[in-house]
Design a protein around this ligand. Sequence first.
Ligand SMILES: Nc1ncnc2c1ncn2[C@@H]1O[C@H](COP(=O)(O)OP(=O)(O)OP(=O)(O)O)[C@@H](O)[C@H]1O
Ligand SMILES: [Mg+2]
Length: 312
Amino acid sequence: MIERVMGRNENGSEGIRQVNAASEPAANRTLSGNPTENATTGRQAEKTGPAMITAQNIAISYPGVKNGPAVIQDINLSIRDGSIVSLIGPSGCGKSTLLKAIAGLVPPAKGRMDIAGVTPQEAAQRRLVGLVFQEANLLPWKTALDNAAFLLQVSDKSIPANEARERAAENLRLVGLGEALTKLPSQLSGGMRQRASIARALTLNPQILLMDEPFGALDAITREEMSYLILDIWERTGKTIVLVTHSIDEAVLLSHEVHVMGVKPGRIVCSITVPLAFPRNSQSFADPRFRETEILLRDRLIESHGRPRQAS
Ligand SMILES: Nc1ncnc2c1ncn2[C@@H]1O[C@H](COP(=O)(O)OP(=O)(O)OP(=O)(O)O)[C@@H](O)[C@H]1O
Ligand SMILES: [Mg+2]
């Protein structure tokens, strides 16, 4: 049963949450506790398992924008180890900025960010975080195999080339490109290129996979296939995944929790726990709770664009 709880969530922001024990991360078998209670008390991470990513009162301004307003502010987040979390919100609200802060690419002006017990910069140095962007950005003169091995080879010279290539081949097989190891990017479809970029990130064996609109450039059906691929990767690896998306469907299908962001300032306006059990698949769409969560998210998104909700 879905329970809606109004109140302060673990991000410290006011908002509605939908909670259900069935949405516990399958990959984090140690989790326990009552999410409904946790949602209302704001101690979810503490009670149900270790937090992989925590953000406390994070504010970010870009250098060069002198005395400019913070692009994002008052960000409080706790993302559990082995969970899939989505960030959704209007263009310019700071989703990519928040992802870059987690990746150690943009330093916060205020607040504290902790990734697996260390700073984002240290986490990046230890290759705890892998990144996948909207564009695959493969090197056109390298094969899928060499592209997938490339980042590991340049970031860790102590790993022998054949070992890096073995790991790359394994991850290409994991994303369904076992038959395309010797193909150049120009010989791959858009979806295949994106699979190769996911394999490249996985070859670094990060604990956290950050994905910034990874399927934005793909057609609807390929995009849905990629969602199942992410679910499959998550089932097999148990990685913590943070996904930026503009697709409500994608956010509901994939996530344990969805954070809706708003603009001016960029901030988290509400967080919704998706009340669907794992494993998820095409049948998840038929679950009435899927539609209910989708409608709730849509309402919150409309509000985050600064528009009032339509009377229903
Ligand atoms: N390098 C930068 N220097 C200055 N301002 C920046 C920089 N990168 C982003 N911004 C600004 O920060 C704000 C948030 O940008 P960001 O890219 O994080 O938004 P977003 O939510 O990812 O948007 P979209 O959905 O369009 O990708 C925007 O106002 C943008 O103009
Ligand atoms: Mg963005």
